[in-house]
Design a protein around this ligand. Structure first.
Ligand code: HEM
Length: 325
């Protein structure tokens, strides 16, 4: 009897462990050492290409970081964003948040060919994006962290997912919070990850309403931005302005200082410091860049964990723009 109940207990523990393994977080198989035997050279290969791309154009670091965000928010970090449209396949590139806006695909192609030379058929495009995004942050002066890898590439993409999951710049705090919550990210992660807007540029069309219609904006700053962003929709839509007024090519905490001065470029940026629940967090980053960096890293790792394909799911694409034949 004693033996039986012990045995039963043992077998139920084993089944629980088995079930947990099967149903456990989908990121269970990502690890920082995934390529340590199969492709230790991947990190140098990615870094070299990113260094030369950023040396040529500083903005490219920002563009690659954004690609990772837009990839992860649509069916997980699976490189679905990188797939080109074909006559019988509609990908994510022409969805509203992406069209005429996302850039850097040639750099990802260059990284993929460099990586394929070192270890053909081993490294996924999804992992390349994760490593390249980290390198962008580091090269521009931000924090460093070990990237979890082991993702595989999707054979599908979601145009509707891109339209519905990626927050628009007109979002209020509640909407930003709930779109991040839908991805398993907290409001705190959202505020920290928004600090990515310490680098890069935005088009007039994304901030026009904020600089002409909103009142939570510094008047002199609004006037400055209006010079290159005419009120009339359709004129100067693609004119660019830095998301971080102070240091647009350095990854630091100045983005949050701008918000406190009411100099956020996007409506959604200023929502983070507008008398609401996230003001204190913004202020904490103004006084401590290191706490911003720590929370940004936590957020990037959590974002990188969003429903990856692992094991036998998906594939290792040969060309990041196309599903393998
Ligand atoms: C919180 C919600 C967010 C909203 C509403 C938002 C919106 C935007 C918009 C409208 C632009 C300008 C696009 C254009 O004009 O073409 C932009 C640029 C950018 N975003 Fe975000 N974003 C958000 C969060 C993030 C996150 C989480 C990251 C990365 C971790 C990120 C990284 C970037 C970067 C680096 C740029 C500049 C890209 C470049 O210069 O090419 N954003 N974002």
């Amino acid at each position: 009897m004693a033996w039986t109940s012990g045995g039963m207990r043992r077998s139920s523990i084993i089944s629980v462990i088995f079930i947990l393994t099967l149903t456990g977080t989908s990121s269970a198989k990502l690890s920082t050492s995934f390529y340590s035997k199969s492709c230790p050279g991947v990190y140098d290969a990615v870094k070299l290409v990113m260094e030369s791309a950023i040396a040529k154009e500083k903005r490219m670091g920002a563009s690659i970081l954004r690609l990772f965000f837009h990839d992860c928010f649509v069916q997980g970090c699976d490189a679905s964003l990188l797939l080109d449209d074909t006559p019988n396949f509609k990908g994510e590139k022409t969805a509203t948040p992406n069209i005429g806006s996302i850039r850097g695909f040639e750099v990802i192609d260059a990284i993929k060919s460099a990586v394929e030379k070192v270890c053909p058929g081993v490294v996924s495009c999804a992992d390349i994006l994760a490593i390249a995004a980290r390198d962008s942050v580091v090269i521009l002066g931000g924090p460093i962290w070990d990237v979890k890898v082991g993702r595989r590439d999707s054979t599908t993409a979601s145009f509707n997912g891109a339209n519905n999951n990626i927050p628009p710049p007109t979002s209020g705090l509640a909407n930003l919070t709930s779109l991040f919550a839908a991805q398993g990210l907290s409001q705190k992660d959202m505020v920290a990850l928004s600090g990515a807007h310490t680098i890069g540029l935005a088009r007039c069309t994304t901030f026009r309403a904020h600089i002409y219609n909103d009142t939570d904006i510094d008047a002199a700053f609004a006037w400055t931005r209006r010079c290159d962003c005419p009120r009339k929709s359709g004129s100067g839509d693609n004119n660019l302005a830095p998301l971080d007024l102070l240091t647009p090519t350095v990854f630091g905490n100045d983005y949050y200082q701008n918000l406190v001065w009411k100099k956020g470029l996007l409506h959604s940026d200023q929502e983070l410091f507008n008398g609401g629940a996230t003001d204190a967090q913004v202020l904490s980053y103004v006084v401590s860049q290191s706490s911003f960096f720590a929370d940004f890293v936590t957020g990037m790792i959590k974002m990188g964990d969003i429903t990856p394909l692992t094991g036998c799911s998906g594939q290792i694409r040969k060309n990041c723009r196309r599903v393998n034949n």
